[in-house]
Design a protein around this ligand. Structure first.
Ligand SMILES: Nc1ncnc2c1ncn2[C@@H]1O[C@H](COP(=O)(O)OP(=O)(O)OP(=O)(O)O)[C@@H](O)[C@H]1O
Ligand SMILES: [Mg+2]
Length: 457
């Protein structure tokens, strides 16, 4: 490029001064510089705009990918949803909506890609028109015998090299923002992968955790991204080691969200959660303190035994105790290959489909097998028949005082047996205390309990 610029200067001085027409020469210089500058700016802006549309395209493409995954891997794949669609969607609303949504999104994807290509193409046209104009000026200089034919050929080469190199430089500069955005997505992804790997490595350490005294929620608030209001709002309480705590409240009051915060599956928007004074976000082995049953059951397409043990060490005696605790003994006896029977038909066609209640018992067995210090159970018996539910709650209430528990349930009878009860309402902690105290206060707990009182008298 340096050689080309020198050649350009040479040409300009030749045109301007050797021809004895300095004004005409200066106008030519200005014209050439203007064309070069304009072509460079066109490269810059077209690359910048094209990059912006491509970034939008990549972002939109991931949304399109999610939509495709949702319909093809979830809605049109899972048996439960298939049954519901066959029963409720006889006029094909869901299928048509999927088709419409995919059509719209593919269309938007195409629009962004075409727009990006057009903008970049426009930049290329401007640069080439600029080169063409300069060719014309050089050709004119040759025609007027101000430069020789050999010089025309040399200058044409130099000039197009200058414009192309400058155009590439400015284009690369214009693409900088979109390129940086793309690379930042890569770094976000690799950082996320590292966090995931760290949690995986903890699984074998459940048994070796040192005792803790308290977990403290200190003015904790949490808002889901994009939500209009907090799901948890200024909640403070202490969970002491060995205490069995109940968490109650109406649907949507924030119980599951509070559990996600406790398990650090979500980070507080404000406030702090500490274990013995240390922010849980900084504790390396924190997950190993917990055995959990989530509100939604989780089954893997592996054997029943592997579903319970996951990646903890194999202990047949303990496995049997977990199965007994969760009330799965009779079911296992009936299974074709006992504890080695595969669950679900996703991978193994011979696999067994569990009922809703059986799947919930499986999750309870998994939590029991893990045997961590703190049991967190979010509505663990919602799908169980009354007999199985009573049995599970009786067993849970006899968990040793070595084991701390945080239990959520809409069956209020279980709360009576807990040491302490927290009542959530619209994300706020509205009442807290033992059953007798809260009953005497005649507040929300009293109302919730009284609504089911007939069941427990
Ligand atoms: N992933 C999410 N994104 C956005 N909002 C959410 C999400 N999960 C829950 N919410 C909202 O947060 C609030 C609290 O929900 P949460 O699941 O904690 O309630 P809950 O007390 O567990 O209810 P339930 O008794 O029905 O299980 C609700 O208003 C809910 O709509
Ligand atoms: Mg919930």
């Amino acid at each position: 490029m340096i050689a080309s610029i020198s050649a350009l200067t040479l040409l300009v001085s030749k045109l301007a001064f050797q021809a004895g027409k300095p004004v005409q020469g200066l106008v030519t210089i200005a014209f050439l510089l203007l064309v070069i500058g304009f072509a460079s700016l066109a490269s810059y802006f077209s690359a910048k705009a094209g990059g912006k549309y491509m970034t939008q395209f990549y972002r939109f493409n991931s949304k399109l990918g999610r939509t495709i995954d949702y319909y093809f891997d979830v809605v049109f794949w899972q048996h439960e949803i298939g049954r519901s669609i066959r029963l409720y969607d006889d006029n094909k609303t869901i299928t048509n909506k999927a088709r419409q949504l995919l059509d719209d999104q593919v269309h938007e994807d195409q629009r962004l890609q075409v727009l990006s290509s057009k903008v970049k193409g426009l930049g290329t046209i401007v640069v080439n028109v600029g080169i063409g104009l300069m060719y014309a000026v050089i050709a004119l200089a040759g025609y007027l015998h101000q430069i020789s034919i050999g010089q025309v050929v040399a200058y044409v080469g130099y000039l197009s090299a200058v414009v192309t190199a400058l155009g590439q430089f400015m284009g690369a500069y214009g693409r900088k923002d979109s390129a940086l955005e793309t690379i930042s997505q890569y770094f976000e992804f690799t950082a996320f992968q590292k966090a995931g790997t760290q949690s995986q490595a903890l699984k074998g350490q459940v048994k070796q955790m040192s005792p803790f005294a308290t977990i403290v929620f200190d003015d904790v608030s949490f808002r889901y991204p994009g939500a209009a209001q907090d799901a948890i709002s200024h909640v403070s309480f202490t969970l002491d080691s060995g205490v069995h705590m109940a968490l109650v409240g109406k649907n949507g009051s924030g119980k599951s969200t509070l559990i996600k915060l406790l398990l650090r599956l979500e980070k507080p928007t404000s406030g702090r959660i500490t274990m013995d004074g240390v922010d849980i976000a900084t504790l390396p082995n924190y997950e190993a303190y917990f055995s959990c049953v989530f509100q939604k059951t989780v089954q893997y397409a592996v054997s029943l035994k592997e579903n319970i043990m996951l990646n903890l060490p194999d202990d047949e005696g303990r496995l049997q105790q977990a199965i007994d605790f969760a009330g799965l003994t009779a079911l296992v006896a009936k299974l074709p290959a006992g504890v080695d029977t595969s669950l679900t038909k996703y991978v193994d066609e011979e696999g067994v489909e569990l009922s809703g209640g059986e799947a919930q018992k499986l999750c309870i067995a998994r939590a029991w097998y893990r045997g961590a210090m703190i049991n967190v159970m979010d509505d663990p018996t919602s799908a169980l028949d009354p007999h199985a539910e009573t049995e599970i709650f009786q067993k849970l209430s006899t968990l040793s005082k070595q084991q701390t528990a945080l239990l959520v349930s809409h069956r209020m009878g279980f709360a009576r047996d807990c040491d302490r009860i927290l009542v959530l309402d619209h994300g706020r902690l509205v009442e807290s205390g033992a059953h007798a105290t809260l009953m005497s206060e005649k507040g929300q707990y009293f109302q919730l309990f009284s609504a089911q009182a007939g069941l427990y008298t």
